[in-house]
Design a protein around this ligand. Structure first.
Ligand code: DQA
Length: 159
């Protein structure tokens, strides 16, 4: 039997990670650091508890799987945090799915994409999200979750 903490969450927040982020920790650590995705997800769930939000996380290397998750989030979550990774720069499908979603969305990147190659400077979703946080490594995700919780009106995070 699972031990329940005895409190309910006001809000549900979905965190989506795009391609290659499953290899965080091993992948170009000079850019992305040594923290693994597993560790980031665990901290997101813990921080969610603190903020009164139940956090679900999902990673996929496939664009369609991410679109499916965004579509399925409708009516189920009060905010979305998304790092589309390389699809940030290419995906009209993810942009269209976000545009239909109708809940607050925060775009997140570990690295400051503007300090990197020019092809990373364009985001297909930048103008359809509520805000963007980048450049702080794993802290980008934690700041994004705080912003998403505030937008979702989670306990203690009202704006
Ligand atoms: C990234 C930046 C993207 O340009 C890159 O393709 C990624 C990760 C980031 O979190 O810094 O895979 O989204």
């Amino acid at each position: 039997m699972a031990v329940r903490k005895g409190h309910t969450h006001d809000r549900r927040i979905l965190v989506l990670h795009g391609p290659n982020l499953n290899l965080l920790g091993e992948r170009e650590p000079e850019i992305y650091g040594r923290v693994t995705l597993h560790q980031i997800d665990a901290e997101l769930r813990r921080l969610g508890e603190e903020l009164g939000a139940a956090v679900d996380t999902f990673q996929s290397n496939s664009e369609g799987a991410l679109v499916d998750r965004i579509q399925a989030a409708r009516g189920q979550y009060q905010a979305l945090v998304i790092n589309p990774a390389a699809y940030t720069h290419t995906s009209v499908a993810i942009r269209d799915a976000i545009q239909m979603l109708g809940i607050p969305v925060v775009e997140v990147h570990l690295s400051n994409v503007y300090r990197r190659e020019p092809f990373r400077h364009h985001s297909t979703i930048a103008d359809v999200v509520d805000g963007r946080i980048m450049g702080f490594g794993p802290n980008s995700y934690y700041l994004a979750l705080r912003a998403a919780a505030a937008l979702a009106g989670a306990r203690g995070e009202e704006q």
